[in-house]
Design a protein around this ligand. Structure first.
Ligand code: HEM
Length: 195
């Protein structure tokens, strides 16, 4: 067990192996991979996985990292700004992109991508959710990430610009946290009568 859990790659692989064993052992999914509906389900699973990684990291920034920074002594701050934040931002922005791609594919495979983006009935709930998430993904790639690069010193800028960039990244991250609440409601509302 130790050999598995000491490596993140082996841990993720073990999760996939466990899933395969569960699917085979329950025997209920004899139709795995056999139908279009199953592949749509599979895309839904990939979508939720990547969405959890993205929003989990967004909430980590807002619930944990940002409120903790003022409590950390200055000489210890580089541990966050030089090591933890760049790694978290790497997974954050690519998970955001993966969520958009899998979400768009899911809507396409379900045959309602145009109707949903046009907010037509009965796809209005998921359409609103998709637009909210698209705004959030835009914020990640075109506001938060470019400004974080300045704030974390990945791109060198003057002190005043650095402070301005850090503030804009923080406020946009807060806006995304606000949007994540109705966005997630809409995501789960479509199939479950939430709206
Ligand atoms: C632009 C980005 C996104 C797009 C295009 C998108 C698209 C979709 C679509 C088409 C569905 C299927 C709705 C249905 O027919 O029931 C869905 C469901 C869902 N999405 Fe998203 N989504 C996006 C972002 C997110 C994010 C950021 C999360 C965060 C976790 C998320 C979580 C979910 C969940 C939990 C479901 C429900 C699955 C179910 O009920 O089976 N989505 N999304």
């Amino acid at each position: 067990m130790g050999a598995i859990f000491q490596s993140l790659g082996r841990t993720v692989l073990a999760g996939v192996v466990l899933l395969v064993i569960l699917v085979l052992a329950t025997g209920v999914n004899v139709g795995v991979g056999a139908s279009y509906a199953w592949w749509t389900f599979f895309m839904r699973w990939l979508h939720v996985l990547s969405g959890v990684l993205w929003i989990g990291l967004l909430w980590y920034f807002n619930f944990v990292q940002i409120p903790s920074m003022p409590k950390i002594p200055d000489e210890q701050k580089p541990a966050i700004s030089k090591v933890i934040a760049p790694t978290a931002l790497f997974w954050f922005r690519w998970a955001a992109l993966a969520t958009v791609v899998t979400g768009a594919l899911l809507a396409f495979m379900s045959g309602y991508i145009v109707a949903a983006l046009g907010l037509q009935r009965p796809f209005t709930p998921i359409g609103i959710g998709m637009w909210l998430a698209l705004v959030m993904a835009f914020n990640v790639w075109f506001i938060i990430w470019p400004n974080q690069k300045k704030a974390l010193g990945i791109v060198t800028v003057e002190a005043a610009e650095k402070a301005k960039a850090a503030r804009l990244a923080m406020l946009t991250s807060r806006a995304n946290t606000m949007l994540s609440i109705p966005m997630l409601f809409c995501m789960v509302a479509q199939q479950n009568g939430g709206l």
